[in-house]
Every structure is written in C-alpha cells, then in structure tokens.
Design a binder for this molecule. Structure first.
Ligand code: SUG
Length: 459
C-alpha cells in the first residue's frame, strides 16, 4: 500500500497478490505465451511457488506498504467437467477425463487465478461519476482454462469489497471473442496522487467490429477495443478521462500477450518499450493533453522509453523487464522498480538497468524478487498483483482479513507447508488423491479467512 495525503483524506494503492494455489502445474495451456509453451509438461513445485509468492508479498510489506491478498480457486474445477458431460463421483470423473481428454483435465487443474492482474479492471472512486470504486471481473474468454475464473473472482471481490456505499461490482462482459477482456493487465492509470482524479489508459490488441489496420500474424490478440470501451462505460468514466491505444501486433507476436509485458505505470510515470504501441506518438500526445487538462497544477507526464537497440523485444519478453511493480515507497524520493530475477540474469537487460539508474528519471531504485515458478508459466511480479487505489474510508470498508499482517503471513506459510506437494508431474493430475488434498487445503483456507462454505465443493 502506497500512502498519499490528498487535501481531503489519505489515499493508497493497495496491491492484492494472488495466493498461488496447491495445483500449480505446467500445462502448456496458453498459446502465445512463450514461457507457458516452452515449459509445458515440466515438473512444477507448488510449495516453492506459493512460498515465493508469499515472500514477494512480504517484500512489499517490508517497504512499509500494506499488502492485500486474493485466494486461489477450486481446482480441479469439477463443475466445469460435469457441464461438459462427464458424470459420476469426483474420483470417477477424474479417471474418465484423464483417459479420454487429458487437456480438459489440465485446463480444469490450472492455478492460473494466481495472476490477479487478470482478475478484473478497477477504477478508483475519484474517477467514476458516482464516486464508487468499480470492479469488472475479466471474462478471460480467449483461453479456455482462464474463462472459468470470472464467476469465483466476482464472488471473491464482492466479499472483500463488501460495502455498497463505496464499491460497485460488474459481472464479466459477454463471453465472446468480440468482448475478450483480460482485466488490469491491459489497463494503466495516471495521476499525481492516488486519491485525485486520474486518466485511464485502456490498451487493446484488436478491433472486433471494424477493420484492423494492423493485426497479429501468429498469436491471438486477447483484448478487444470493444471490451475496453464497455468497461469505461460501466465504470462511468468521461471521455476526458480515458485514452484507448492499440498494442503493437508485432510485440504480441513476439510473446507479449498482455500489455503489462511491455509497459508499467505508476502515478505520473509510464515505463514502456518503444515498440509497445501501434501509434506511440499519438498515444503520448493524447495522454499528455488530457492529463494536463485534469491536473493543471502538475501537468507533466514522464515517459521512460526503452529503445529496441538497448533491449530487444526478445529480451523484454524473456526477462519480463516491464512486468515489474513500479512503486512509490513511503518517505522516499523517486520510485522503486521491483523486477523478476530473470531481469538480472539477462545481460542486455541488466546493462540497461544499470544505465537507467544513472539517468534522470523518476525511477531511482531497483529490487529483484524470485518468482521463478510463476515466471515459468509467463507470470511475473506485475501479473501476480492487482492494484486497487483506495481512500482511507474505502480501505476501512475493505474486509481486513484480506490485508496481510505478520500473523496471517505466518499462518499462510504454515498452511502451505502443511498442505502443498513439493512437486506435481503431468501424470499426477490423474491421481484422485491430488484433488482431495487440494480440497482439504482450500477448506482450511476458508477457515483462516472466516469465509464459511465458500467454494462449490463445500456446498
Ligand atoms: O494467461 N499463463 C497466464 C499468464 C498470465 C500472465 N498475466 C499477466 N501478464 N498479467 C496466461 O497466459 C499458463 C498456464 C499453463 O500453461 O499451465 C497461463 O495461463
């Protein structure tokens, strides 16, 4: 949580990280996600993965930020398999599916809800006409294994942000390719202070209902313009507060399936690869002009652009340089960039980072975190977190069980140690005992979070 004082009341950016679930495995399910494909069917380490995620949350807390958490979903998701015509006991369904359709079993076993940057799009109350914080669960309609997340996500968000005076929740957009929506991973917001009115940038990969001047040749464009536009309507945003920009299809074909693989923002700063957008100059001009109109007292946006001759597209995608958290730490001048270890390992990227620190930009400090288990499925530090800007009053109205303290982190570490397997091989998914273990773990989790019977298997 980054704390800021505005004239009215304090405001914060709270990062809600996904707790990595006990079924974390490498299913190779995401076409266009280079890491997911290249690590397909490798042995995963769920215990290590979850501990890495918790450690990342603790790192943020050690900076003086408070930190939120979102819970893993029920996996395997047997209700989906029943919808697809499998019947009988849980055990018999798992055995049937593992024999006849292992790809469906892997899809219903994915722990992909860990990447909470794809959980929903959030608009803070300072921006919305009704002064409420708006949430729209992402339909994630492009990838089958992710399209089954939004219902639980919506339910979870409603129980965390459970106060109708402050929060407004919207169901996912219609489940069709024309309204493909991947949530906050394709959304940035610019402001001088989290509690002030901001400018929202919606990034999309393609138009669904009109001719695309440029299009991908290899990989899917998951987010449509029409989906982004619908969300801006739902969230009651004025035209003066939004900019829509198309992601460069070339960069999607290079493996940047979400915009947060090639750019990240914080406050009035935009850190981006120079090839990230179709028409960078027009986008920057519109952002700058609208921002100046919204914030006349401090009208300048900072664009920190990384040129291709310093960081190639390939290195950007491999290292996840941009999939970092750009944070304003309390009582510190300048911002801190929290990067995946893979950025330190990449010679080109590390040389760039050393150079960056000698330059006069708002990015003053860099830190590395080890989230290698998530990275091998294409999820870096920024994928693992959902940013929610809240006023003090809204933070007070948020379910406090989901804001971490030392005691909860300690209990969660113990819960992981007690319940998670050290390794999962692709063949393990066929073992009904793994499903039972997952459900025991999630049952305990609902007790830790005082949620009652929250998952479908508990009802
Ligand atoms: O949707 N990977 C996720 C990674 C999401 C990253 N999120 C952001 N960039 N914000 C995806 O492609 C892989 C699962 C597998 O292959 O088993 C996966 O779903």
């Amino acid at each position: 949580m980054t704390e800021q004082n505005s004239s009215k009341q304090k405001s914060y950016e709270v990062n809600f990280d996904g707790l990595i679930g006990p079924s974390h495995n490498y299913g190779g399910l995401s076409h266009g996600n280079v890491a997911s494909k290249s690590n397909a069917l490798k042995i995963s380490q769920p215990r290590n993965a979850a501990l890495q995620g918790l450690e990342k949350m603790q790192t943020n807390r050690s900076f003086g930020l408070q930190q939120g958490i979102l819970l893993p979903q029920q996996r395997p998701h047997l209700p989906t398999l029943r919808k697809l015509g499998f019947s009988g006991s849980d055990k018999s369904i798992i055995l049937q599916v593992s024999n006849s359709a292992p790809e469906l079993l892997a899809s219903c076993y994915s722990a992909s809800s860990m990447w909470t940057a794809n959980a929903c799009t959030v608009s803070p109350s300072a921006d919305s006409a009704d002064n409420k914080v708006h949430f729209t669960a992402a339909n994630l309609s492009s990838m089958f294994h992710r399209s089954i997340e939004h219902q639980f996500t919506g339910k979870l968000l409603r129980s965390i942000f459970n106060h109708e005076v402050h929060f407004s929740h919207h169901n996912a957009l219609p489940m069709s390719s024309q309204f493909g929506d991947e949530g906050a991973a394709n959304h940035n917001r610019f402001t001088n202070s989290y509690g002030e009115q901001g400018l929202q940038l919606f990034v999309f990969g393609r138009y669904a209902f009109r001719q695309n001047r440029v299009a991908t040749a290899k990989f899917p464009s998951r987010q449509t313009y029409e989906a982004s536009l619908a969300i801006s309507r739902l969230h009651q945003l004025e035209e003066s507060q939004v900019v829509f920009a198309q992601q460069n299809p070339k960069i999607i074909d290079a493996g940047a399936f979400h915009n947060d693989v090639v750019s990240v923002s914080n406050l009035n700063t935009f850190f981006m690869h120079e090839e990230a957008f179709v028409d960078k100059a027009a986008m920057q001009a519109e952002l700058q002009q609208k921002f100046a109109a919204l914030a006349p007292n401090n009208p300048e946006l900072n664009f920190v652009e990384v040129p291709t001759d310093m960081v190639s597209l390939e290195s950007a995608v491999k290292s996840y340089l941009f999939n970092s958290q750009l944070l304003q730490l309390p009582n510190q001048d300048g911002m801190t960039l929290v990067l995946p270890e893979e950025s330190r390992d990449n010679v080109e990227v590390f040389a760039y980072l050393e150079w960056l620190q000698t330059q006069s930009t708002p990015i003053k400090d860099i830190k590395f975190v080890d989230v290698r288990q998530s990275m091998q499925n294409g999820g870096g530090p920024a994928c693992l977190r959902l940013r929610v800007a809240l006023t003090q009053e809204e933070l007070d109205a948020t379910n406090s069980n989901f804001i971490l303290d030392d005691d909860r982190v300690c209990k969660l570490n113990q819960w992981v140690e007690r319940n998670y397997r050290e390794e999962i091989t692709p063949d393990d998914l066929a073992d009904p005992a793994l499903a039972e273990e997952n459900f025991v773990a999630l049952d305990e989790l609902t007790q830790l979070f005082e949620l009652g019977s929250f998952y479908e298997f508990q009802q």
